[in-house]
Design a protein around this ligand. Structure first.
Ligand SMILES: *[C@@H]1O[C@H](CO)[C@@H](O)[C@H](O)[C@H]1NC(C)=O
Ligand SMILES: *[C@@H]1O[C@H](CO)[C@@H](O)[C@H](O)[C@H]1NC(C)=O
Ligand SMILES: *[C@@H]1O[C@H](CO)[C@@H](O)[C@H](O)[C@H]1NC(C)=O
Ligand SMILES: *[C@@H]1O[C@H](CO)[C@@H](O)[C@H](O)[C@H]1NC(C)=O
Ligand SMILES: *[C@@H]1O[C@H](CO)[C@@H](O)[C@H](O)[C@H]1NC(C)=O
Ligand SMILES: *[C@@H]1O[C@H](CO)[C@@H](O)[C@H](O)[C@H]1NC(C)=O
Ligand SMILES: *[C@@H]1O[C@H](CO)[C@@H](O)[C@H](O)[C@H]1NC(C)=O
Ligand SMILES: *[C@@H]1O[C@H](CO)[C@@H](O)[C@H](O)[C@H]1NC(C)=O
Length: 489
């Protein structure tokens, strides 16, 4: 009886081992869609995707070619756990290769005519895959244009569901930003959005947004058009975006990348490397952010532009000699571009003005206030700001760019000392700003109101300096011609 029981157990174990026998797959196998594409194909057949992938045997090379007929696309997932000495890779229809160690049903969206999976199994491991084919839905493309000397265009996940065609005057420059969701990595879903080098989804398919993001570089169309198209509609909540520009505006950059600061509540450090040539990085932000600090050697210059890179849009130049006195700095506006001429620099950014310490100044501080659409003709130029000195009294000075004063627009700049106004100017077309103004106080306030006028917005540069009461002991309000490091040319 006892012996019999032991054999029973042994039999059970053997059958278990047999069922879990590592599978063999050597050679090349072709997988075609089933007649009824409502049914996905699972490999190895019989694998239940809710369980661990089955084991494959060591010492074999397996390849699968999965056909995707024209008019269809494939939604592909793998579960794999490969030993370091083995190689598992997937090659899509454009020839882009993804090497995989471990994955658990990460999504891939694949186009015709085929893709392949290669497994060089030097050691045993686990592997299973699921392929679902879908018919391509008819698309109703939307069109956008980008022009030289223009504000960039940002489009978001969801905007490509019906395909989007972008037309440039020269070529289209595309930057891909990651998902803004930080709870889980949704970036693999960027594989859903395909990039075509031409005016429709019939143009040359060059890859997907995930590849553009992973390459860490921009994509530039060969002609005037670029088409983006998401194979499966409705992934808006992935929260990724693209920045599109006419290549004319960005052609001088050796490297060019988008800035993505996902964790708004902490400081975001952005590195620029211009050792191989001019390096640029653009930040899209619907309102404003602060540069808290810049670290750079004394060999280079970092220029900052609003909207696009031309002299008229330059907000400031930073070198190692002013990068400490001229930060923190608030950058008001949707698109801010940082351009570094050589070597390397790190720009530390934050959304919260308190964390940047923007509103309190130490003596020798320099900076500027600008309208949200500065240097563009717009009626949305209003802003209001104030900065208070750490010292009881400072010599506070400012200069106003007079171009902002047109139509009904008004600009009020006041310097206060212990909450009492010591200098106040209301600039308008009947009271144009002159040169630099200074007064001894502790606070500077600015308020710009377009009052319905379309203007290029205002730019007020300011400075806080130590007040030497030995030189003068009464409050001076004067217009001086002395020029301190002005941010204008
Ligand atoms: C295709 O498969 C689905 C799901 O199994 C089924 O509901 C449908 O009836 C099948 N269609 C045809 C034409 O067999
Ligand atoms: C698998 O492919 C590799 C690389 O081509 C080769 O070196 C190796 O001998 C192959 N192994 C088997 C078992 O065929
Ligand atoms: C890979 O296989 C080798 C040899 O069987 C083994 O020693 C090693 O632990 C394996 N590595 C992993 C990560 O499983
Ligand atoms: C695509 O466009 C068509 C026609 O305008 C519309 O009916 C459809 O809802 C759109 N689909 C998506 C996913 O936006
Ligand atoms: C793409 O080509 C197919 C087949 O030639 C055609 O039916 C379809 O209208 C084309 N689509 C676009 C957007 O040009
Ligand atoms: C703003 O508009 C004025 C008047 O139309 C024009 O002279 C000026 O060039 C425009 N400026 C910009 C930056 O577009
Ligand atoms: C205050 O600063 C301005 C501009 O730098 C300078 O011209 C002026 O002499 C300074 N005044 C005092 C009292 O230091
Ligand atoms: C500036 O305008 C404000 C608001 O209209 C007014 O209270 C203030 O007295 C004016 N100051 C000067 C110096 O004109």
């Amino acid at each position: 009886m006892d012996r019999c029981f032991k054999i029973f157990i042994w039999c059970l174990m053997v059958s278990q081992v047999l069922a879990d026998d590592p599978y063999k797959c050597a050679g090349t196998q072709t997988i075609d869609p089933p007649n009824n594409i409502s049914n996905p194909i699972l490999y190895p057949s019989g694998w239940d995707k809710n369980h661990f992938a089955p084991q494959y045997a060591a010492g074999q090379n397996c390849s699968w070619i999965i056909n995707v007929p024209k008019g269809m696309f494939a939604f592909f997932q793998m579960t794999a756990n490969t030993n370091q000495s083995s190689v598992l890779k997937m090659t899509d229809s454009t020839g882009y290769v993804t090497t995989i160690d471990t994955t658990n049903m990460e999504p891939y969206f694949l186009m015709d005519p085929s893709f392949r999976v290669d497994l060089q199994a030097n050691e045993a491991g686990e592997f299973g895959m699921r392929i679902a084919w879908y018919k391509v839905n008819p698309t109703y493309p939307t069109s956008w244009q980008v022009h030289p000397n223009s504000t960039p265009l940002t489009l978001f996940a969801g905007d490509f569901d019906n395909s989007t065609v972008i037309e440039a005057e020269t070529r289209v420059n595309l930057l891909a930003l990651p998902s803004t969701l930080s709870i889980t990595d949704l970036n693999p879903y960027l594989r859903n959005t395909q990039v075509f080098d031409g005016p429709s989804i019939n143009s040359t398919h060059v890859g997907n947004l995930h590849q553009v993001l992973r390459n860490g570089q921009r994509y530039i169309s060969t002609g005037k058009y670029l088409t983006l198209w998401s194979l499966i509609a409705g992934y808006n909540n992935v929260g990724n975006s693209v920045i599109l520009q006419d290549y004319f505006d960005v052609k001088d950059f050796k490297t060019y990348k988008p800035i993505s600061c996902i964790f708004d509540f902490i400081v975001c450090d952005v590195s620029l490397d211009a050792r191989q040539g001019t390096a640029a990085a653009i930040r899209y932000n619907p309102s404003y952010f602060f540069v808290r600090d810049i670290s750079m050697p004394d060999t280079n210059k970092l220029s900052v532009y609003t909207d696009f890179v031309t002299d008229a849009h330059r907000l400031s130049d930073y070198t190692s000699s002013n990068s400490k006195t001229n930060t923190p700095q608030k950058f008001n506006g949707k698109y801010i571009t940082f351009v570094l001429n050589q070597d390397q620099a790190t720009v530390s950014m934050v959304l919260d003005g308190t964390k940047a310490a923007w509103s309190s100044a130490v003596d020798s501080r320099r900076g500027f206030f600008t309208s949200p659409n500065y240097a563009l003709n717009s009626s949305q130029q209003d802003y209001e700001d104030r900065i208070k000195s750490f010292s009881k009294v400072s010599n506070i000075s400012y200069t106003v760019d007079r171009s902002a004063i047109s139509g009904a627009a008004t600009l009020n700049v006041a310097i206060l000392s212990s909450q009492k106004v010591v200098s106040e100017n209301n600039y308008s077309t009947t009271n144009f700003p002159g040169g630099a103004v200074w007064a001894v106080g502790d606070t500077i306030t600015v308020k710009y109101q377009a009052n319905g006028a379309v203007t290029t917005g205002s730019f007020v540069s300011f400075g806080f300096d130590r007040y030497n009461s030995a030189t003068t002991n009464n409050i001076l309000i004067s217009i001086v011609l002395t020029i301190w490091i002005t941010l204008f040319r």
